[in-house]
Design a binder for this molecule. Structure first.
Ligand SMILES: Nc1ncnc2c1ncn2[C@@H]1O[C@H](COP(=O)(O)OP(=O)(O)OP(=O)(O)O)[C@@H](O)[C@H]1O
Length: 779
């Protein structure tokens, strides 16, 4: 259907509308043809490279795979931008705006140019720019230009596509003299159209409707820490994701090797956002929930508020340090060890000397152990030598190397040295710290007896999110378990040098061969090597970064950052020594035990005052009626939240049902069909306190069976039963909120959880309460 104006008052513009629409369809057709041609080209190149393996011209299979990966990546990017490839057009000063002939934006000074803005940049065979990447500087005006500050823009046009077809146009005339020259084409507004779409359970990109205040933040310089504070639904997550894509475009070379890490609050949230960056043509970002930041550990929620608070305290870093130092023990008394039938004495003094020497290397525990062992083995070998010389009357000179070997292989010596300085894994150290009272008391004297009890847990208990920074701290202080790791590193460096020489030699022959096949672009030896290395173990750079705890990222994006504990911040700071961060969150939504009370308090210990604070002020998600109710509840409870500016008014005020005590689950059963119907094919969430979630889910399943989802897989379903915590960052057309009083209670009286739950709704909010109704909810 062609969405051109057809009402009586707009009839005059209808014809011109059709002409314009046809013109844009023509141009968009050209762009898709170019996209198809590029895809075909890449597919062909990929096939050729794969075939070369069989021909055998390439040096080895990994090289062939490296080229294949390059082409696959580009092909994946070209495939990812199919939907809404182009979405905007700018007519700049001097442009023949009324002209309906397709134009490209060939002239770089922008004067008289028409620019088409889209997901990627495209050029034609003569390198003329057909489409400008939304992240390019020339595209900035599309998002920033206003009638007051035009940036040479006369007209901004949104092209609304369905599939490959342009179905309507939206014009913003910024140069009012243009009003005399052209017809203005307007529908309900591109932004409003985007906002009123049914939710799908997956976040989409907002690339065609980024607002000026969002765009400014997205394009902020990469250096340093940028904090984006904003109320619910102000687009913080959207901005964070688009900023990651922008930085990857702007600093491609630097970030290609170092990578970008994106951290979110939960599995469910990561699944919710996981498609946004690929849709922007970016696949290399490492995405991790806060519980997955330690490779090999998938930590769950910390349900004890007190334990979370204590483990999040920076003093725990000191406790872990002490726990490691406590693993470097002195002897209670001198100890006899037998080597090859000779009795030697390991004295307390010797152990102390060796420990001092090992500690002075500054190496982590497991690596410094080598020094500890070496010093003592040498001293024991000297003792052994003296004994042997004495017993032989000084006649025989023993070979020192043999003696050292004798000492090293003695069972007695091994036991004695291990007693003093045992290699240990982070899991073991932290596990014992949290399950053995004597370990905890010795390492954390700052804890009261009551606090010590709060922290203690059974041996082998599952890891929680607040354990992760402790494990990371321990890993940092313990180092590699394998004492030969240093040697391995040196060997790897030497190997890389050899590989590099090989790659250089092979690039030449490869180039020649590729030229034969008409391949584009030069490839450096380094590129080949990088790709080979990626290919080696069959992992991408992102996967390698994810598996490597010590990986130093080029940039880190942290979402829902208000929840992080100081220990979690400490871990994240370690992941990016350059301290290049985008931190987004809302202090008022904080609900964890370790929540921040201000950004200065959260970041101060790590960057002092060196962070830039930006604010987002418009709520794009929640309609006014619901947003105001949520803000009222928060304000009456003493939280500082600004009155939201919501983009949409909304159809329904929040509905509050008081129900008989003990009947709230029945109430869910009763109202759910009505609410699902109201969602009109969209998403419905039932957000319940933790202790009621199972019962509520069972009630929902009775009525809706397999349509009901839960946990991180829940976002696939159209009815989701979840906790306030799991709903963080998500959104649904309809929200049924169960027992608000209990949501407050489970957050230790904090209002953040309730505030989060109320602001997840894009259309309708229904509250079911058998207990007290929070002040402000009903007006
Ligand atoms: N410029 C925009 N154009 C279209 N949609 C937008 C825009 N900005 C935000 N949105 C939409 O508004 C909704 C809320 O955005 P987002 O989840 O990023 O907000 P948030 O500030 O992170 O929210 P919260 O803190 O409550 O989780 C999303 O559906 C997002 O796609």
């Amino acid at each position: 259907m062609v969405d051109v104006p057809t009402s009586a008052t707009e009839t005059d513009t209808a014809e011109s509308g059709r002409v314009e629409l046809e013109h844009e369809r023509g141009y968009v057709g050209v762009l898709y043809s170019r996209l198809d041609a590029l895809r075909a080209e890449k597919t062909e190149q990929l096939a050729k490279v794969r075939r070369t393996g069989a021909i055998g011209s390439l040096q080895n299979q990994s090289e062939r795979d490296a080229y294949a990966t390059m082409h696959e990546d580009r092909l994946a990017q070209l495939n990812a931008v199919e939907e809404r490839l182009v979405f905007g057009r700018l007519d700049l000063d001097g442009a023949a705006v009324g002209d309906s002939a397709p134009q490209s934006s060939a002239d770089d000074d922008g004067v008289g140019a028409t620019r088409y803005i889209g997901r990627i940049g495209l050029t034609d065979g003569e390198q003329r720019r057909l489409l400008i990447d939304w992240r390019a500087p020339e595209a900035g005006a599309f998002y920033q230009a206003t009638a007051f500050e035009r940036f040479n823009v006369r007209r901004r046009r949104h092209l609304i596509l369905r599939g490959r077809n342009v179905v309507s146009l939206e014009d913003d005339i910024l140069d009012e003299t243009l009003l005399d020259e052209v017809e203005v084409h307007q529908g309900e507004g591109a932004l409003l159209a985007a906002l009123t779409q049914r939710r799908t359970g997956r976040m989409g990109d907002i690339v065609s409707t980024i607002q000026a205040e969002q765009d400014r933040i997205i394009r902020t310089d990469m250096a340093g820490v940028v904090v984006v504070q904003g109320g619910p639904g102000t687009g913080k997550t959207a901005v964070a994701l688009h900023r990651a894509a922008y930085l990857l475009y702007e600093h491609r070379e630097r970030l290609k090797s170092a990578g970008v890490l994106l951290v979110g609050p939960s599995h469910a949230f990561m699944r919710y956002i996981e498609r946004v960056l690929p849709s922007l043509g970016e696949t290399g970002v490492v995405m991790s929930s806060i519980g997955e930041l330690m490779p090999g550990i998938d930590a769950g929620e910390e349900t004890s508020h007190e334990a979370a608070r204590l483990k999040g305290d920076l003093r725990m870093a000191e406790a872990v340090k002490r726990a490691v130092a406590n693993r470097q023990r002195l002897l209670a008394e001198d100890r006899r060890v037998v080597v090859e039938g000779t009795s030697l004495t390991l004295t307390r003094k010797m152990v102390k000397r060796a420990r001092d020497k090992a500690r002075s290397t500054g190496k982590p525990h497991n690596e410094a152990r080598a020094t500890f062992v070496k010093v003592l083995v040498r001293e024991l070998a000297e003792q052994l030598e003296e004994h042997l010389e004495e017993s032989s009357g000084g006649g025989n000179k023993a070979d020192r190397a043999y003696l050292v070997e004798d000492v090293r292989s003695s069972e007695d010596v091994r036991i004695a040295l291990n007693l003093c300085w045992l290699p240990v894994t982070p899991q073991r150290l932290v596990g014992e710290l949290l399950s053995k009272p004597e370990h905890l008391v010795a390492a954390a004297p700052h804890l009261s007896a009551q606090e010590t009890l709060e922290l203690l847990r059974p041996v082998g208990a599952a890891w929680t999110e607040s354990d992760v920074p402790l494990l990371d701290e321990a890993a940092e202080l313990l180092g590699e378990l394998d004492a030969s790791a240093g040697r391995a590193e040196a060997q790897a460096a030497a190997q890389r040098k050899r590989d590099m020489e090989l790659a250089e030699a092979s690039v030449q022959s490869t180039d020649e061969m590729l030229a034969e096949y008409g391949q584009d672009g030069l490839v450096t030896a380094e590129e080949v090597l990088d790709f080979n290395e990626e290919q080696g173990p069959g992992y991408t750079a992102a996967e390698r970064a994810m598996a490597d705890r010590t990986w130093a990222y080029g940039h880190v994006v942290v979402d829902e950052a208000q929840e992080l504990s100081p220990m979690q911040w400490r871990l994240l700071m370690r992941r990016c020594p350059m301290k290049s961060f985008t931190v987004v969150g809302d202090i008022a939504q904080a609900s964890s035990a370790t929540r921040a009370t201000s950004w200065a308090a959260a970041l101060g210990p790590f960057v002092g005052e060196r962070f830039a604070l930006e604010e987002l002020t418009v709520n794009y998600r929640t309609p006014t009626q619901i947003a105001e109710a949520a803000a009222r509840v928060a304000q009456r409870a003493g939280l500082t939240v600004s009155t939201p500016k919501a983009v949409r008014e909304g159809t329904w005020p929040p509905i509050v049902d008081r129900v008989r005590e003990g009947s709230v689950v029945d109430a869910v059963r009763r109202v759910l069909p009505e609410e699902v119907a109201a969602s009109d094919g969209g998403l419905t969430a039932v957000i319940a306190p933790r202790h009621l979630v199972d019962a509520v889910r069972a009630a929902a399943v009775e009525g809706f069976g397999r349509r009901v989802g839960t946990g991180s897989g829940g976002v696939e379903q159209d009815i989701v039963v979840t906790t306030a915590r799991e709903s963080k960052g998500l959104e649904f057309d309809v929200v049924v909120l169960v027992e608000p009083e209990a949501l407050i209670a489970e957050a230790d009286g904090g209002l953040g959880g309730l505030y989060v739950a109320m602001t997840r709704a894009t259309q309708r909010l229904r509250v079911l309460a058998e207990g007290a109704i929070p002040d402000g909810l009903e007006g």
